[in-house]
Ligand binder design. Structure first.
Ligand SMILES: Nc1nc2c(ncn2[C@@H]2O[C@H](COP(=O)(O)OP(=O)(O)OP(=O)(O)O)[C@@H](O)[C@H]2O)c(=O)[nH]1
Length: 565
């Protein structure tokens, strides 16, 4: 049961001494007396003779004043807590407390709580889309601050770029704003924070920003990204705001540090993805260049003995797998090239570290393609690796071979020409010199060939030349050489054939083949020939001497033949 006081002069005198605020009310709630602290607090309000207004019990008060049994009372500008003490004798004692500082503290405590919950919620926002994450953070932070909009602006020359915002109905990412449309400049020049709870009460009342946007409350901080001035993090609202507190300022500063870190990661991620894109693009170009140039790359690990091929290399080699033992690739090489390849490969691995080879590869449908392989031995963490490129050079090789063929063969008959004959003769002389062997050559000159041309035309002469060349090539061994060394002159190089019966027999066979009529439709043409023979080593020690000797013999042969005609 509450204690009841007897209000008498003694009690009132003791109220005069206390530092608490006390009122004495009559039975109708009219103020009869105020002690000095109460008079100081209440001033003109609730003076003697005035009734106590109806008491309130607001939600805030209910929450935390209930244990004190306080009722809330608004009088003028004052927010009071009132506690009535029952008293005897028709008078009541009423204790009065100034609630303003307590309520303010409570509001600030709740605000700090809200800020903390916003900051901790930010750390759990999704990592994936950093800009959306910033937008969400700005929306939550604006709400906690009691502002309408949050913005991250990047200073870009004379413009501001909207990097993140909480106002999708007004702004877009990446859009630019003129510098004077925000307090960015002033924020960057401020000492870490610009807080304008009411622009009209500040020196910026005539600023372009207020004139154009009507924004009256603003709080913003400079943003640093990678140690560089980036722009601002700002919150604004059209109506004025209550004066910003230290807690508001701290919250915005915390948010700016967090935003700076997010932007740093975003920039790093953007740079990384840009590098990846450039790399991917370059790889695409490289792949395309490889396809256009028919160029592939490959590597060989001496440790495993396996080869790894690029897709293009795989296609060039017509192999189904990109990773396979070297022996499988070698098996596809033309047998004659394999030995040379293996030698060069070993020399690269164990001596020079470099490889450059052209090899023929047996492809599907019995095609043969030429590949040029170049490689270099590189040292890697896991041991040496042979890295190389390979290129299809079939076309180049074929045209090179055609040029070589044309330079060494006669265009009409396909016989070896004088240049290649000299070469082969020289090689044969060297070989016989080394092995103490001999060989022979026949110098053939057609008799009266001019007459074929004169009587039957040049085409008929050509046919005769081709037919004779063909017969000579057919009747000889593959190791022999049929050369055309002049208009109607042929030389047969016959390795291993020494003077003697065999040579004589062959000479007669040659003559018989030449003298066989050459048929051309209804026509047929007959020619004979004079043949001079020379043998190595007895008739000459070099190609020129042997040819001169055989030519001389042929000439001796021809004179009686010419006389005969
Ligand atoms: N149809 C044709 N004739 C050629 C070709 N090259 C050279 N001739 C001709 O071959 C003839 C060679 O003439 P000559 O060197 O006088 O020889 P020949 O008429 O056989 O006389 P002898 O050798 O003395 O028996 C010339 O008429 C050339 O024009 C050729 O590629 N085609």
């Amino acid at each position: 049961m509450a204690m009841q006081f007897h209000v008498d002069d003694g009690l009132i005198a003791s109220l005069e001494q206390t530092e608490q605020c006390w009122l004495v009310l009559d039975a109708h709630g009219v103020v009869r007396h105020r002690n000095p602290p109460a008079s100081l607090l209440l001033g003109e309000t609730l003076s003697a003779g005035q009734p106590l207004p109806a008491l309130l019990s607001g939600p805030l008060l209910r929450d935390w004043c209930a244990p004190l049994d306080l009722a809330q009372l608004h009088v003028g500008e004052l927010t009071l807590g009132v506690q009535l003490q029952p008293a005897v004798g028709g008078l009541q004692l009423c204790r009065v407390l100034d609630l303003a500082p307590v309520l303010q503290q409570e509001r600030e405590r709740r605000q700090r709580e809200q800020y903390l919950s916003v900051l901790s919620a930010l750390s759990s926002l999704a990592e994936k889309n950093r800009v959306r994450r910033l937008d969400q953070a700005l929306a939550q932070a604006a709400e906690a601050l009691g502002m309408e909009m949050g913005l991250v602006l990047r200073r870009n020359g004379a413009q501001l770029e909207v990097v993140a915002h909480s106002a999708p109905q007004l702004l877009n990412h990446g859009m630019t704003l003129p510098l004077e449309l925000a307090y960015c400049e002033q924020t960057l020049r401020s000492e870490g924070l610009l807080a304008l709870h009411d622009v009209l009460e500040s020196t910026l009342a005539h600023s372009g920003c207020y004139q154009q946007t009507g924004i009256r409350s603003y709080i913003g901080v400079p943003l640093e990204v990678d140690g560089q001035c980036y722009g601002t993090l700002a919150f604004c609202a059209v109506p004025p705001h209550a004066p910003f507190t230290e807690a508001d300022a701290q919250f915005v500063r915390h948010l700016a540090r967090w935003t700076g870190a997010v932007l740093e990661r975003k920039l790093a991620a953007d740079e990384l993805s840009l590098s990846y894109r450039i790399l991917e693009e370059q790889l695409d170009w490289l792949r395309l260049a490889g396809q256009v140039a028919r160029l592939g790359h490959w590597s060989y690990s001496p440790r495993s003995g396996w080869v790894t091929l690029s897709a293009e290399a795989c296609a060039l080699l017509e192999l189904p797998r990109q990773h396979l033992p070297l022996s499988e690739v070698e098996r596809r090489m033309v047998v004659e090239d394999r030995q040379r390849w293996r030698k060069a490969f070993a020399s690269c691995l164990y001596e020079s570290g470099e490889l450059q080879q052209e090899v023929r590869l047996r492809q599907q449908e019995d095609r043969v393609s030429w590949l040029s392989l170049r490689a270099q031995l590189v040292e890697r963490d896991d041991g040496p690796l042979l890295f190389g490129v390979l290129m299809d050079v079939t076309e180049a090789k074929e045209s090179q071979q055609l040029i070589l063929y044309q330079a060494s063969h006669d265009g009409l008959t396909g016989c070896v020409n004088r240049v290649l004959l000299f070469d082969r003769l020289t090689q044969e002389i060297r070989r016989c010199e080394r092995l103490q062997q001999s060989f022979s050559l026949l110098f053939i000159d057609l008799d009266h060939f001019k007459q074929v041309n004169d009587h039957h035309g040049h085409d008929a002469g050509d046919k005769v030349l081709m037919a004779i060349a063909d017969r000579l090539q057919r009747m000889l061994r593959s190791s022999d050489t049929v050369a055309r060394v002049g208009g109607d002159e042929f030389v047969l190089l016959l390795p291993g054939l020494a003077p003697g019966r065999n040579l004589l027999r062959l000479q007669q066979e040659v003559l018989a083949q030449i003298e066989r009529p050459v048929r051309d439709g209804r026509h047929h043409y007959r020619v004979s020939a004079s043949i001079g023979v020379a043998s190595y080593p007895q008739d000459g020690g070099d190609a020129g001497a042997l040819l001169r000797f055989a030519d001389g013999r042929m000439y001796q042969e021809k004179r009686p033949a010419a006389r005969r005609s």
